[in-house]
Design a protein around this ligand. Structure first.
Ligand code: BGC
Length: 267
């Protein structure tokens, strides 16, 4: 923890301080967060996700990450987000992680190993919750769809300030198959697609979401969102589309916030 971060943590030791941890396919990131403002009170720490992404190894790395954050206020809650459907603390899918997570009592294992009460949620839900609370869609009403374009496509649906969890719209069927492997950023990299070719697929994908759900706003997150200037101009949509503001910290901030509100209604 940096000196200034340590001072601000001490100054705000109350229910506004929480830990957010974002588990992804390549890295596990975390920080202590002021959930009133979304400000990170420590440097963001990152450790590589263990090869194979199996439960025991991921829990051990998460424990190490938590220890690296320094002194965590005793009353701070911990929120963890993960790239899978999460229902009542159980992970119910595994698109880009070990299949061992399917039907796994994830929240219970993390609570046992970390020795703390935790809140366990889907990664895109955490990011969407953060963008509506602190970022690109703060104060917006209507139907907002956050999409994270990375290894997979994460989606969060927020309607009039209520998060509808586990939307999993990254896996909608287009042309007879799951469209995630075609439109995720990993497809652009894997197939060495130009921005133009990739944007054509994104157009198809976002048009399908428009046809199904008539959203009021799309938010685009994920690492590639920093290059939005290369592909936003190539999208021809009927819906307003904006870049996520919180970038790589959205999952951390949303998981931390959700661990204190314990509610899908934004406050
Ligand atoms: C998973 C989602 C996750 C997304 C982004 C998808 O493959 O099915 O649960 O939110 O990747 O990590």
């Amino acid at each position: 923890m940096t000196e200034s971060a340590s001072e601000s943590t001490e100054a705000t030791q109350s229910d506004t301080v929480a830990v957010g941890i974002d588990i992804g396919g390549t890295g596990i990131k975390g920080a202590i967060v002021n959930v009133a403002t979304g400000e990170l009170l420590t440097d963001r720490k990152k450790l590589p996700t263990p090869d194979g992404g199996e439960p025991d190894a991921i829990v051990a790395t998460t424990k190490e990450l938590l220890a690296s954050l320094g002194d965590i206020p005793a009353d701070a809650s911990v929120g963890i987000c993960f790239p899978a459907v999460v229902r009542h603390g159980r992970t119910m899918s595994a698109a880009n992680v070990s299949k061992k997570w399917i039907g796994f009592e994830a929240e219970a294992l993390f609570e046992k190993e970390l020795g703390r009460d935790i809140t366990f949620v889907n990664d895109a839900d955490a990011a969407g919750y953060a963008e509506v609370t602190y970022g690109a869609a703060k104060g917006r009403e209507g139907l907002i769809i956050l999409t994270t374009l990375g290894t997979g496509i994460g989606t969060a649906l927020i309607y009039n300030g209520v998060l509808i969890p586990n939307a999993e719209l990254g896996h909608i069927q287009i042309d007879g198959g799951d469209y995630e492997p075609k439109a995720a950023y990993s497809a652009k990299e894997r197939e060495d697609l130009s921005w133009k070719k990739w944007a054509k697929r994104l157009n198809t994908y976002y048009h399908e979401l428009e046809a199904l759900l008539s959203p009021d706003l799309f938010i685009v997150g994920g690492g590639v969102s920093k290059n939005y200037g290369d592909f936003f101009p190539l999208l021809e949509l009927n819906t307003e589309i904006v870049v996520a503001e919180l970038r790589n910290n959205a999952g951390i901030m949303g998981a931390a916030r959700l661990s204190t509100t314990k509610s899908l209604r934004l406050e």
